[in-house]
Design a protein around this ligand. Sequence first.
Ligand code: NDP
Ligand code: OXD
Length: 309
Amino acid sequence: MLFLLMLTGVEPEPWVAGFRRALPELEIRVWPDPGPPEAVAYALLWLQPHGLLGRFTGLKAVFSFGAGVDRILADPSIRPDIPIVRLIDPGLTTGMVEYVVHRVLHYHRRIPDYEAMQRRHDWRELEQPLPEDRTIGFLGLGVLGTACAQALAGLGFDVAGWSRTPKRLPGIECLHGETGFDALLARSDIVVALLPSTAETRGILGARAFARMKQGARFINVGRGSLVVDDDLLAALDRGHLAGATLDVFQVEPLAADHRFWSHPLVSVTPHVAAYSQPKTVVRTVSEQIRGFEAGRGLPHVVDRARGY
Ligand code: NDP
Ligand code: OXD
């Protein structure tokens, strides 16, 4: 029985070594050397070339190397009966919490203003609101949105979140539906997008949404680039309605060298690194899932293909 790693842009060595140790009963193969196609039982996928998975006729399940499964779902060669398991992993959650808390504190503590003052050799103390007087609004209250929201609520911020279905989370105002979306945007000083890319969410952050955000609000996108209409975000920044944006994910990755986001003075760009899959935790998570499945226990976190996440 073979376990195939199809990981574009990822150095395979630590993954192969980790899975060989954790799953000695499986033969670990790395694309483009899958061995006999009918012997491939499991595959771990990140940005896999589309159209190839149909040849693995013995496939039992595929595992996502990341939390988002939009790229896997867009591959027409995965048979509808093959379970797709999304990644819920402590290392990934820690990374996302670190990134979002860091960027929120950067804006909250007015670091962009102090950086501008440093360039002018300007020594002054600026007014500093308390965290309870800053509202952080999360679009998406799933595994990652909830972890980030709880971390910021723990630091004393006023935190709200928006999801598809109604939720109750202690210390966080939970909203849903179209009115909830508008209300969250209107009341947040910093809006954090942690939604998956689905038919319903693509382009959700366009001119209408940016106009509903507070004058001077900041925007952090760590969900997917397809949530955002780039020109509408740039227009909201250019006319001074939004005071800054932190962008980790983009419509097209890598971000084109001539994209305005790279050089816009109010935009911070990182190359899709907010959360990162680490062999130390992910090998354990996926190996336990495969072992459990082989022992007849079923698979956790199977993607609902109709819902798109
Ligand atoms: P989850 O599936 O756990 O959560 C998704 C959240 O989005 C849920 O709260 C869900 O609502 C909500 N949602 C989905 N569709 C809608 C909709 N139409 N309207 C309102 N809310 C909606 O995902 P994770 O928290 O694990 O991850 C979120 C996304 O973050 C991933 O899909 C991926 O795109 C991105 N990501 C980015 C990374 C990076 O490095 N930049 C790393 C990891 C993930 P409900 O709770 O009602 O189902
Ligand atoms: C993702 C990830 O889904 O990096 O973006 O996990």
